[in-house]
Design a protein around this ligand. Sequence first.
Ligand code: PMT
Length: 220
Amino acid sequence: NKTQELEGKNILVTAGATIEDIDPVRYITNNSSGKMGYSIAKESALMGANVILISGHTNLSVPYGIKEFVRIRSAKDMYDEVVNRYDNIDIVIKAAAVADYTPQKKADNKIKKSDTDMSIALTRTKDILKTLGENKKHQILVGFAAETTDVENYAKTKIQKKNLDMIVANNVSMEGAGFLSDTNIVDIYYSDGSKTHIPKSSKCEIAKLILKNIKDKFVK
Ligand code: PMT
């Protein structure tokens, strides 16, 4: 019998890309395929956890063994679904690529083109992780950082600003790391200042190592 290292733990994972509508036919999104987050959800379930997967857009099928699957569209939808469940969660892992800005207003009808340039006014979305950090009680909070420069510095700043226990940083401009690929290269930073490097590995392998590190560092 495989030992169930996360037996009985309620784990909430977010994955995929949010979609911010401009009008009924156009939107703003990003390159997240969902592979990183879905791998974490799948491996958490294999380790015995009760997994809730809150997913933005992906082309992936729901991993086997997930307790609850919630499909969302926008950053606002993800905020509502995550924050509503937070009290009963032991570990939150936020691999989703959430929009930082959304159109100030969604047009009810298709915006007609004209001969002049146009611009779209954007407004900030609410930072989900930051809200969770501000309201943290017993939860273990794990964020991701997708950066192209100065990765360590930005990752460590996010740990402080969002009151995280750990952050998984990927340099998304590196070959074989970040968005879309089946592999990733990550550095894990902890709130105590320590660090673990994981060289290029499949997202499944990286998911297993992230969970093993969470278990060893934080789960009694
Ligand atoms: O999906 P894949 O194609 O497999 O790619 C994986 C990935 C690159 C998307 C993943 O490894 C990753 O880095 N996910 C986080 C992407 C991101 O939005 O990073 P960020 O540095 O902009 O945000 C930092 C953290 O804050 C993230 O945990 C994010 O979920 C969270 N956030 C961001 C904005 C917001 N409004 N609310 C949030 O909670």
